[in-house]
Every structure is written in structure tokens, then in C-alpha cells.
Ligand binder design. Structure first.
Ligand code: LMR
Length: 398
């Protein structure tokens, strides 16, 4: 049965993680997988999460099933975190939320819903987009197409080209947009640009699909949720996948949610019932542990304040690292403009260097980044900033 299956290469990001772990060189630097790292290079359990988890373990009396839509208290809290407690779409009772196994589960669940609603639907994704969007959405049977997004010459968004391309889409085409902290480029839309995209989506009758995996790590918890709040206030329908991996540090607990906005409370209810059935057919029920940790953090004023402080610390560290990396690159590589590094937001930047140089960074300097030149800025440390900048200068020179 399985003899004809061929060996496949590992996923690029996960393959890089494994190669980094196997490298014995003490100088090695991991700028690959998108996980936050502190000044010691560790990915800590957040203090608020550890306290919520201890309380959860002390209080939990059963491990019985929860439900296909997950932890209802978590879903309520996540809805408020994404949209704000007083959002008009909440008052109109048009938002429904389903807990999912991570942001990946939310993306996949949304893809299944799209396929159910309109089997021939195409999802339009940015060039480039997170590598895993392709299998997560495509494996459900949806076709993916690309719209222009990143401008390598400025390190920003090719906004006029992107808009011209979206303008040509047929009605009901689905447009996937990164709500904040674009992965892999770090190049985000401005608020004015979001307004322009909103107008285009409305005029062309497109279906917006937001992916928000880094809320809080770009401009702050409120600022990063600008797009879902704007779209949910102005549009009839919306899909929004969110993740608690980075901002709650719950990576391996697989904690995320899918928000859907229906054109009426009845339509939202129907969407929710379909999502529950789809979830039941894929994973039956999402894992509760991380969701209950998040629920406890967000329903306790002291834990919420402590968590918000930790998110601020993560964000400020990444912003400071961006400035320091730029300084070092200016010193070692004055002939090249890396100014985009401090304009981009979130954990990622695109260095804009070629594959041969990236391979040499890995083989000669033990610096790991993905082949598209994405770096996880949070993987840098005071101690290795100069080492990394010097290595980049060296591979660019020779
Ligand atoms: C990344 O982009 O590196 C993260 O989102 C982790 C992953 O699963 O790829």
C-alpha cells in the first residue's frame, strides 16, 4: 500500500530547526523559526501563563471532553481581544468564534468552510506569504493564487501594484491578508492603506480572510488588531484566524481560534454550526489546556496586566534589536541600505540577500535563516549582533 510513497524533504522552516539543533558549533545563531527569544536566547513560559497554569492544575477536577467549538470562556475572551469588548459587530450579535488547534487549525478550518460554501473558490495570497499557508489551505482542495505585495527595492509594500491586482479579482474571490506583522517580510499596511483595501473589498464584493498570528508584537495589542476591527465594523462577512502561540508563548499547546462574521445573527449561527461539524470531522475537539490558560489570564485583572506587560517587553525587545542590528549593519556594510529593518514590524525582516549568500551564512558562519532571506529578529542577542552583521558583510563582499 505505502511502498510507492517517496521520501519528501522536511518543511523548510522545520528542517531549519532540526539543522540548527544538530549543529555543534558554539557560535551558531538561530534566525529561522518564528519563536520569540529573550536576552538569553530562550523561549520562556510567560509568568502570567505559568501562574494561570498552576491555578488550573490545582483547580481541575476532570479531563472530560469539552466540545467541538472548544472552551466557551476562551472563545469569548478571544473575541474581545481581537475586536474589543464594545465592537458594533458584537453588539449586533454577528461574530462567532471557534477554538482551534493553533492558528494553523483556524486557517485549515476556514479553508474547509470556504470549500463548503463555494467549492471552486480561489484564495489569493500575498507574494510572498507564510510558507505553510500553501499546504494548510491548498490541502483542503482550494486553489491558491498570488497578488503582488512585497517591494524588494524598498523593503515595504508594493501597494499600487497590489491594489491593481486585487481590483481585477472576480466578485466573491477570497483575499488572505496578514492583519499585522506580515510573515515573512515584516512589511505591514498603514491605516490609510487598510482603509483603501476595505473600500476595494466592499466595491468589488470580495471576501476578506485575515490571519493574525502576532497580535501585540508589532505596534501593540490594540494597534495590531486595527484591520479585524475595521473590517468587522464595515463589511458584511469576514474570516479571521488568530493564534496564541507567540503573544501568550503557548506554541506547543496549540491554542488558536477562528472568528467568523456573518451578515446576520442567523447566518453567523449557521456558520458556527458548520464549523462545529467540520471540526468534529477533523480533530473532533481542540486541546483545552492552552485555551484554559488563556481564559484564566484574560478573566483575571492582575494576570491580564502582568501578561500585557510581558507582551510589551517582547515587543520592545524586538524593536530595540532592530535598531541595534541596523547600526551594526551600517558599520560593517555601509554600501548597502538596510534602513527597512527598523520600518518593518513584528518578529521578521527580509534581509534581501541571495540564496548563495544565505547558504554561506549557514555553512561558514552557522547562522540559520530561511532561503527567502527571512530573519527572526528575536533570535538575535546582544552578544551575537556584531557577529551576524560581520558575517552578512563578508558573504556580500566575496
Ligand atoms: C514561522 O513562520 O516560523 C512560525 O509561524 C512557525 C511555523 O510553524 O512555521
Amino acid at each position: 500500500m505505502f511502498e510507492r510513497l517517496e521520501q519528501v524533504t522536511p518543511d523548510a522552516i522545520l528542517g531549519l530547526m532540526a539543522a540548527y539543533r544538530a549543529d555543534p558549533d558554539p557560535r551558531k545563531v538561530d534566525l529561522g523559526v518564528g519563536v520569540y527569544r529573550d536576552a538569553r536566547g530562550e523561549t520562556p513560559v510567560l509568568a502570567a501563563a505559568a501562574r494561570a497554569e498552576a491555578a488550573l492544575l490545582a483547580a481541575q477536577t476532570t479531563k472530560t471532553y469539552v466540545s467541538s467549538v472548544g472552551n466557551v470562556g476562551f472563545n469569548e475572551q478571544m473575541t474581545q481581544l481581537t475586536f474589543g469588548a464594545a465592537h458594533p459587530a458584537l453588539k449586533a450579535n454577528r461574530i462567532r468564534t471557534v477554538q482551534t488547534p493553533g492558528g494553523c487549525g483556524a486557517l485549515r478550518l476556514a479553508a474547509e468552510l470556504l470549500r463548503l460554501a463555494a467549492p471552486g473558490t480561489k484564495v489569493h495570497v500575498s507574494t510572498p506569504t507564510w510558507a505553510n499557508h500553501e499546504p494548510l489551505l491548498g490541502n483542503s482542495g482550494l486553489a491558491l493564487e498570488r497578488y503582488p505585495y512585497f517591494d524588494a527595492s524598498t523593503g515595504g509594500v508594493e501597494f499600487p501594484l497590489m491594489m491593481a491586482s486585487l481590483e481585477r479579482l472576480p466578485p466573491r474571490a477570497v483575499v488572505l491578508l496578514h492583519a499585522s506583522c506580515h510573515n515573512p517580510t515584516g512589511a505591514d499596511l498603514s491605516e490609510d492603506e487598510w482603509h483603501a483595501v476595505l473600500e476595494l473589498i466592499r466595491r468589488r464584493d470580495l471576501v476578506p480572510f485575515l490571519d493574525m498570528a502576532y497580535q501585540g508584537l508589532g505596534g501593540g495589542l490594540e494597534a495590531d488588531a486595527f484591520a479585524p476591527r475595521l473590517f468587522a465594523a464595515e463589511l458584511p462577512e469576514l474570516l479571521c484566524a488568530v493564534s496564541c502561540s507567540k503573544n501568550f508563548g503557548l506554541y506547543r499547546e496549540r491554542t488558536g481560534a477562528l472568528h467568523v462574521l456573518g451578515s446576520s445573527p442567523g447566518s453567523a449561527d449557521a456558520m458556527l454550526s458548520q464549523l462545529a461539524r467540520l471540526a468534529r470531522g477533523m480533530w473532533s475537539m481542540p486541546p483545552d489546556h492552552g485555551a484554559e490558560i488563556v481564559r484564566r489570564i484574560l478573566t483575571d485583572a492582575e494576570l491580564t496586566a502582568s501578561w500585557q506587560g510581558e507582551v510589551r517587553t517582547m515587543r520592545e525587545r524586538v524593536v530595540a534589536l532592530r535598531q541595534k542590528l541596523l547600526q551594526q549593519l551600517r558599520e560593517y556594510c555601509p554600501q548597502r541600505d538596510f534602513g527597512f529593518i527598523t520600518r518593518q514590524r513584528g518578529m521578521f525582516s527580509f534581509l534581501g540577500i541571495g540564496t548563495p549568500e544565505i547558504r554561506r551564512l549557514r555553512s561558514e558562519h552557522h547562522i540559520y535563516l530561511t532561503d527567502d532571506s527571512r530573519i527572526n529578529v528575536a533570535g538575535l542577542r546582544e552578544e551575537n549582533l556584531a557577529y551576524v552583521a560581520r558575517a552578512v558583510a563578508q558573504v556580500l563582499k566575496s
